[in-house]
Design a binder for this molecule. Structure first.
Ligand code: ADP
Ligand code: MN
Length: 978
């Protein structure tokens, strides 16, 4: 036979092996023709070939690759000389081989006769038997019925393996150890074989206990020469399927290896085998050898043999098919003695299977794909590139990575390194599992048998790869294109200009109130406050100011830049910094994705000299509903440990019962200060009003008795007018010896007058915000109050120039948050009518907009006042203010008047928050809720009579925290955002 020259090869395959064949052909200067299905139209094998043709219709992703006549048609129409079938698909189909030959096309593979004789597992066994090769005892013919199977099993003896008569890839195989399971397992194997290969027949084989899988690579030419290229160890398997392969084998006696080689060659000689083939054996612990099957084609793991022998198997396949002799100079393989190997090679198959989900295939787009390279690394990739779509129709193998090393462990180290170098994002891969395996001592020492993975579940314990980069890029892309649902208006022309932090370079931290608390304790600090003639300030810039002006959106990042400089300049001059509480928790977790705890710890570190203060809703802590007492307790202790010195405790209904427990915990379990609030509403000057002086004095008495260290007047809506302030402070001073702390919002723009009056009446501390973050719904301006007090005997001599520098910083920072600015432009006296608190006012408009009620904002405000009236005038601060707001919104959108509510109430389904208020979820008011209103809203539901907390069972905090950590890992683990 003389050599035929091959000009053009059609590759009847896809993916990595198609590309592999292209490469070999290309080196031989042979043109290539690819076929691809519609589903594969973007796959790389199509583009690597010189020509490519779609095969099948647009709805047929896979089957056309099995279409013998369709493929032949393309070959014949395009002057193809030879067809390479790759592995899988039609590669072991002798009919296809025959059809090629019938059409004058060279089949790159063994003859159809050899394929028929060795490709079938049972006939291969008889060939082996003839060649005196030990085989696994087995039934001699395919079996159809259970009776036949039973008979064969009785002859062979348990345990056995039930195997599909045709097919492979580990499918249709079951191990039977007990007779009782035979029927079920036979049915399973047979059913699986029927679905996968269209043939439900099986055969029975003796089960070999935990062997190694060793296979020998064979190469034969068309001139009767057959050589082996040594063996591969494919014992690393999952469910009878190869995962990682090694060449040569490790830890087998030389004599065993030589027997294997000889057996393989002997079997192939019986059929005058040509081209590439693999003879598979099982080798048990005593190194008994059992032939199992021949694969009459190139195999996935052929790369490792190429790497250790230096012989290009696919090139050899092509040349052999063209008639070239093994010993010919053109092929250059020579005879058996000329073939040698060096070192060790390992191949692993990187698949898009999720090892943590039992290797379930994962699909989707590869958002990133970067592969490894370097000395001793060979890559055979299929359709792996950034942007590639992994489709469920095809094999999940992305790339084969082959590493060579002088010794097995060198190859293992190199392969592990290469796998670490990979960056594959968008789909899960088995890489973490492969790395575990490569590190495994038994693997590195060649002690693996086929059951190893199954018996070592620890290999599946995978590190949690966080993939931060991809998450970040996805987030940025999403926000850049789609914007944030939270940010309604964006100005594309807005320019972010750096805010200048006042330079405090060499200045140092001076001791302040924090040191007084530390050194003299709570009583010492309270005494110290009493002794001060000067007015003391609490700076709310880090909390209430931006809560009121910017919907609490200020990021820790912007605070931290200026925190320490401010601590150096003014930390010792202010009484405290309000930095936490209120909406801090909700907003930082929900919108900013920050850990509020971390913010607290960072601020604590930045302000070593100043008391840090937070706002705490008595029985709700920082939530919006009542929590079990153990949650509130743990929260307070934890907050104190993390840096809170002063807890400003309040109840939205001024219900002392709801505050008592928190105050007790602060007293008994922390060294922090309990500053208890009276929430101010109405007008204290109205002697007959519900909120007259007696009302407040009674609460103060109760709070003092409950253990409060400071009394705060929390004027959250800015209703406390100057004269009322003078009166209230004076009366409180008479009634209690505790320091008085005044908090207000400047919605009406006259609250500096209120402060002046309060200061004249002896108030101890007032809440202020740095000038550029002050005014309107925020607190009065720190800078201006300092200026006002410059001429006053209670003035405290804080450096105004420096304060103004800080104001410049915040002025700039504030612009970054422009989408969150409230729409209130000027002070308004309306607040005395609607009594909407500062924080709520800035949220109400967006809420109304969300409900499509923006044009009815005036009505909403009126309804707000009416709902308040309906309730007999209640204290309105989160969460009670929200209830009133919800109800006002509800009335507006349904066009209800108060009369409608009272008349038709029985048929109205009230908003949940309103029902919850009436039920007593937020607590009680003095004299209790209006019984008839309760009945109207709750219908037959029974209201609470005790604290809502009393109805709640304690939470298992450990468990809750574990849940939380799992759900929000970023909020518990993150440490790196500043
Ligand atoms: P396939 O056609 O799927 O390649 P094989 O017959 O080559 O099927 O077997 C695949 C794997 O199944 C083997 O490597 C081995 O792990 C296991 N296996 C097959 N036959 C036996 C047997 N008789 N005893 C024990 N294990 C077996
Ligand atoms: Mn096999």
């Amino acid at each position: 036979m003389s050599d035929k020259f091959i000009h053009k090869i059609l590759i009847a395959n896809r993916g990595e092996i198609a590309i592999r064949i292209c490469r070999a052909a290309s080196e031989l200067k042979i043109k290539t023709v690819a076929i691809y299905t519609h589903e594969d139209r973007f796959s790389l094998h199509r583009y690597k070939a010189d020509e490519a043709f779609q095969i099948g219709g647009d709805n047929d992703p896979l089957k056309p690759y099995l279409d013998i006549e369709g493929i032949l048609k393309i070959a014949l129409e395009n002057e193809v000389d030879a067809i390479h079938p790759g592995y899988g698909f039609l590669s072991e189909n002798e009919k296809f081989a025959q059809r090629c030959i019938d059409n004058g096309i060279i089949w790159i593979g063994p003859t159809p006769e050899a394929m028929a004789a060795l490709g079938d597992k049972l006939s291969a066994k008889s060939a082996a038997f003839k060649a005196n090769v030990p085989i696994v005892p087995a039934s001699e013919t395919p079996l159809d019925t259970f009776e036949e199977v039973k008979e064969a099993v009785d002859k062979i003896g348990l345990p056995v393996m039930v195997k599909a008569a045709v097919g492979g890839g580990g499918r249709g195989m079951r191990v039977v150890r007990e007779a009782a399971n035979l029927k079920t397992l036979f049915r399973e194997a047979s059913g699986e074989a029927k679905t996968a290969f269209g043939d439900g027949r099986v055969f029975i084989e003796k089960y070999i206990d935990d062997p190694k899988h060793i296979e020998v690579q064979i190469l034969g030419d068309n001139h009767g020469n057959i050589v082996h290229l040594f063996e591969r160890d494919c014992s690393v398997q999952r469910r009878f399927q190869k995962v990682v392969e090694v060449a040569p084998s490790v830890n087998l006696q030389e004599i065993t290896r030589q027997k294997l080689h000889q057996y393989a060659v002997d079997i192939c000689k019986t059929v005058d085998y040509s081209n590439a083939g693999t003879v598979e054996f099982l080798v048990d612990k005593d190194e008994n050898i059992y032939f199992i099957e021949v694969n009459t084609r190139i195999q996935v793991e052929h790369t490792i043999t190429e790497v250790i022998t230096g012989i290009d198997l696919v090139r050899a396949q092509i040349l052999i098919a063209a008639g070239v002799e093994l010993t010919a100079e053109k092929l250059g393989i020579g005879s058996q003695e000329d073939i040698s190997f060096r070192g060790y090679a390992i191949q692993c198959r990187v698949t898009t299977e999720d090892p943590s989900e039992n290797f379930k295939p994962d699909y989707g787009r590869l958002v990133a794909y970067r592969s490894a390279s370097g000395f001793g690394i060979r890559l055979d990739a299929g359709n792996a590139y950034a942007g590639a779509v992994i489709s469920p129709f095809f094999d999940s193998m992305l790339v084969k990575v082959t590493a060579w090393g002088h010794r097995l462990k060198d190859a293992a180290d190199r392969l592990e390194r290469a796998l670490h170098e990979f960056r594959i994002r968008g789909v899960k891969t088995n890489i973490p599992f492969l790395i575990n395996l490569l590190k495994d001592e038994n693997f590195r020492n060649g002690n693996i048998t086929v059951n190893y993975i199954g018996n070592h579940p620890e290999l599946l314990a995978l590190p949690n790869w966080k993939d931060r980069g991809t998450k970040l890029i996805r987030f940025l892309a999403d926000k850049t294109i789609n914007g944030s649902p939270d940010v309604k208006k964006v100005d594309p022309d807005f320019v972010f200009i750096d805010a200048k932090v006042p330079d405090t370079g060499s200045e140092t931290i001076k001791s302040g109130t924090k040191q007084i608390l530390e050194e003299q304790g709570r009583a010492g600090l309270i005494d110290w406050i009493r002794q001060q003639d000067k007015i003391l300030y609490t700076d709310t810039t880090f909390r209430d100011a931006h809560q009121s002006l910017l919907a609490t959106r200020m990021r820790t990042f912007d605070m931290m830049k200026v925190a320490e400089p401010f601590a150096k300049r003014h930390g010792h001059e202010v009484f405290s910094m309000e930095v936490w509480g209120g909406a801090t928790f909700d907003v930082s977790m929900r919108f900013l994705k920050e850990s509020p705890w971390q913010r607290l710890r960072l601020l604590r570190k930045a302000f070593p000299n100043t008391l840090l203060q937070m706002l705490l809703r008595g029985s709700n802590a920082v939530g919006y509903k009542a929590y079990p007492d153990n949650v509130v307790r743990e929260f307070i202790i934890h907050a104190s440990e993390n840096g809170i010195d002063i807890f400003r405790v309040f109840d939205s209904l001024n219900w002392v019962e709801a505050m008592r427990y928190s105050i007790k915990v602060i007293n008994e379990e922390t060294n922090s200060i309990a500053e208890a609030c009276i929430c101010y509403t109405g007008n204290v000057l109205e002697k007959e009003g519900r909120y007259n002086i007696d009302y407040y004095l009674e609460i103060v008495r109760e709070l003092e008795e409950a253990g409060a260290h400071i009394i705060a007047i929390k004027d959250m809506a800015g209703l406390l007018k100057p004269k009322a302030a003078a009166y209230l402070v004076k009366e409180l001073k008479k009634a209690t010896n505790l320091p008085i702390h005044l908090h207000t919002h400047d919605t009406s723009s006259i609250q500096s007058a209120t402060y002046l009056k309060a200061i004249e009446s002896g108030v101890d501390i007032v809440d202020v915000a740095i000038s550029s973050m002050s005014g309107l719904t925020s607190q009065p301006s720190f800078n201006s109050i300092v200026a006002m007090m410059e001429d006053d005997e209670r003035g405290s001599g804080i450096d105004l120039t420096s304060l103004n520098e800080f104001s410049d910083y915040w002025e700039r920072v504030r612009t970054y948050y422009y989408p969150f600015e409230t729409e209130l432009r000027a002070g308004t006296a309306e607040v005395y009518k609607h009594e909407i608190p500062g924080g709520q006012y800035s949220n109400l408009k967006p809420q109304a907009r969300g409900l499509g009620l923006e044009d009815k904002f005036e009505i909403i405000k009126k309804n707000y006042a009416k709902v308040n009236e309906l309730l007999g005038g209640i204290v309105k601060v989160t969460p009670s203010s929200k209830v009133v707001g919800d109800m006002a919104m509800f009335m507006t959108s349904n066009n209800y008047s108060i009369e409608d509510i009272l008349e038709k109430g029985q048929t109205i389904d009230f908003p949940d928050s309103f029902k919850s208020l009436m039920r007593g979820d937020l607590g009680q008011i003095k004299g209790g809720w209006d019984k008839s209103l309760q009945k109207l809203v709750l219908k037959d539901e029974k209201p609470f009579t005790k604290r809502p907390n009393d109805y709640l069972a304690p939470l298992d905090l450990e468990k809750e925290y574990a849940h939380f950590k799992e759900k929000y890992p970023a909020l518990t683990e993150r440490t790196d955002f500043v």
